[in-house]
Design a protein around this ligand. Structure first.
Ligand code: NCD
Length: 354
């Protein structure tokens, strides 16, 4: 596989996605066949933000492939608490390991890490920006359930502004054909432009609605999300948004018999407890798939050779990224890197329009 770093789902070609999916399905059928696939390799997990599923699924994925795991889940227990830069941490940790998984609250941190890493880097969530391995998990689950990633009506409900899993999923499904996205949120938590801007290609389209009731009967997939409390500036702002959307058994009565309800988890109060027993809820199966697809990803990326010393980049000059949550405004040595997308100049780290 040519792919070296997975920072954004769009780093993958669709052929590479098919390869990963097929491998994950083979692993799920017969995990024992793969138990020595990464023997002798070490996965480093740097989690600067809380995580249960993502971190444990990466760790168990590597262990089930016969490899070993190092890392931290609390940056206060590492030199980060002494003020070490991200660049130094990455240089050190990738001198010790064969593959790096990073989660960080700052947008673009995974992209920045890949500049200095000697081994493949996987983005396990960069602030409210992207979460591509959750997308691999979601796509695997949708493919298994629906047999296709084209022609689906997909409702996405909740915190569409701050939910990185939603951003990654829409961008990924937007590469398939004739999907219709129904965006269910309050006006304050609408999807950011940089995501909606890319949706209109390949016969895909979106509409925005305010309630679940008005659209649930049309959906093939309902992707529920939690309101991302940690991304709000104040408790009051969070309180105004929490509890607005709640999936109940009454609402499920309006849905198609073959609706699949997904959720990246953790869920808080957006799904009533009773709904968990409805056979159309697939989030626990989805979380299990996360381990198999991460096994497939690790197995493929472990085939890459470690590189030598990372290149030297020029010190930053020119336009600053306007996004205060972008890593380039936090780690001041990072070069200013831009790209052209849909006729616009965007920041390479966080995708903001410059
Ligand atoms: C998600 C995340 O961290 O973005 N969780 C996960 O990785 N499964 C969703 C969330 O925290 O709401």
């Amino acid at each position: 596989m040519k792919l070296r770093n997975l920072i954004d789902f769009n780093d993958l070609t669709l052929g590479e996605w098919d390869e990963l999916y097929e491998l994950a399905v083979r692993i799920k059928k017969n995990p024992a066949e793969f138990r020595d696939r990464c023997r002798g390799k070490i996965l480093a997990t740097l989690f600067y933000e809380p995580s249960t599923r993502t971190q444990m699924s990466f760790q168990t994925a590597m262990m089930r492939l016969g490899g070993k795991v190092i890392g931290f889940s609390d940056p206060n227990s590492s030199s980060v608490s002494k003020g070490e830069t991200l660049r130094d941490t990455v240089k050190i940790v990738t001198a010790y390991s064969d593959i790096l998984v990073i989660r960080n609250p700052i947008e673009g941190a995974a992209y920045a890490s890949a500049l200095y890493s000697r081994v493949p880097v996987i983005n396990a969530g960069d602030g409210g920006h992207l979460h591509p391995t959750q997308t691999l998990t979601d796509l695997m689950t949708i493919s298994e359930l629906k047999g296709s990633l084209d022609g689906l009506t997909v409702g996405l409900c909740g915190d569409l502004l701050n939910g990185r899993t939603v951003h990654s999923l829409i961008r990924a499904l937007g590469r398939f054909k004739n999907n219709r996205f129904v965006l269910i949120s309050t006006p304050e938590l609408r999807l950011p432009d940089y995501v909606t801007k890319d949706v209109g290609e390949n016969g895909n389209s979106y509409i925005e609605v305010k309630t679940l009731e008005e659209c649930i009967g049309d959906l093939d997939i309902l992707y529920m999300t939690r309101i991302q409390r940690e991304r709000f500036a104040s408790k009051e702002e969070y309180a105004r948004q929490s509890g607005v959307y709640r999936l109940t058994t009454d609402k499920m009565k309006l849905a198609k018999p073959d609706l699949a309800v997904l959720h990246p988890l953790p869920k808080v109060d957006e799904i009533a407890y009773e709904v968990d027993d409805d056979p159309r809820t697939m989030y626990f199966e989805q979380a299990e798939n996360g381990m198999y697809i991460r096994m497939a990803l690790i197995a493929k990326l472990c085939e890459h050779e470690r590189t030598g010393r990372s290149p030297a980049y020029p010190l930053p000059e020119g336009v600053c990224c306007p996004n205060p949550r972008c890593i380039s405004n936090h780690e001041k040595y990072l070069p200013r890197l831009t790209k052209e997308v849909s006729g616009e100049t965007r920041c390479c780290y966080c995708d903001s329009r410059l």
